[in-house]
Design a protein around this ligand. Structure first.
Ligand code: ZN
Length: 269
């Protein structure tokens, strides 16, 4: 199975983050510098965590996904200059814990600056899809949040994460997830790659209660504030959650959704 790896978008156009027209630059997701994993290491990790290998054939690329959709200022000055390093450090610490063959205490805490991780994540997800500015209702608050480092994360967004000891890289935005016991859909963006998965919910109904790590708890922190974030290694969701249907949930990818994986090859779980 191969994922869609593409450099798309015109050389000049509208930046997906700030909405300004001008030369566009390529965004790499995950950002360069994030930890990689070999097939052998992955095998050991899954054994160590007592997880079975997902039943998928083929090879996955770890080169990531590229979209030419951000202006230089948003790409290099904002993401690259201010936020990506904290994101990379966070990701790499989780990756290093997964790679050690030692007993991992759970939860394990990692010292980090959540405001920077959340901004880096949102920036890279926003980069996905050509000409997406003003295609979603959160464009404006997101632009303000990205550009003004003193702002709190918009109330409409929740951000979750969990360790992801798998190799397939999956990214989607603007899809609708429904827990069949709740029935009300929730809009999702997600980004999954070894060693961590992130999920953003938009206007999440109160009935939802995702039992996974939450970064948006820290929405009010100052940009440089550092906290100990707990990582739960004992409760790792299924490798294909949330993108594939389960007995209790479905995901709908509408016309406006952007998905960077091969939907047809993901079997029902
Ligand atoms: Zn921009």
């Amino acid at each position: 199975m191969s994922i869609l790896i593409a450099t798309r978008g015109p050389k000049n156009g509208i930046c997906n983050i700030c909405g300004e027209t001008g030369p566009l630059t390529e965004d790499h997701t995950p950002p360069k510098g994030c930890i990689k994993v070999s097939q052998v290491e992955l095998h050991h990790i899954l054994e160590h965590l007592n997880k079975s290998k997902p039943s998928i054939k083929g090879r996955y690329s770890q080169n990531g996904i590229k979209y030419r959709t951000l202006c230089r200022r948003c790409n290099s000055e904002l993401l690259g200059g201010k936020y990506d390093q904290e994101f990379i450090n966070f990701v790499n610490k989780i990756g290093m814990y997964l790679k050690t063959e030692l007993y991992i205490p759970s939860p394990l805490s990692i010292k980090t600056k959540p405001q920077k991780i959340m901004r880096s994540l949102l920036g890279h997800i926003a980069a996905q899809g050509v000409d997406r500015y003003l295609k979603g209702k959160i464009t404006e608050p997101l632009k303000d949040y990205m550009q003004d480092s003193s702002l709190a994360l918009p109330e409409s967004l929740n951000i979750y994460f969990w360790p992801y000891p798998y190799k397939h890289h999956v990214m989607a935005r603007d899809c609708a997830y429904t827990d069949l016991t709740i029935r009300e859909p929730v809009a999702l963006w997600f980004l999954k790659f070894f060693p961590v998965a992130f999920m953003v919910t938009i206007d999440e109904p109160d009935e939802y209660n995702f039992k996974i790590g939450c970064l948006s708890t820290y929405r009010e922190l100052e940009i440089e504030q550092e906290v100990e974030v707990n990582i739960d290694f004992s409760n790792i969701p299924h490798p294909f959650w949330p993108e594939a249907p389960t007995k209790t949930s479905i995901v709908i990818y509408g016309q406006e959704a952007i998905v960077s994986f091969d939907l047809k090859k993901i079997q029902q779980i």
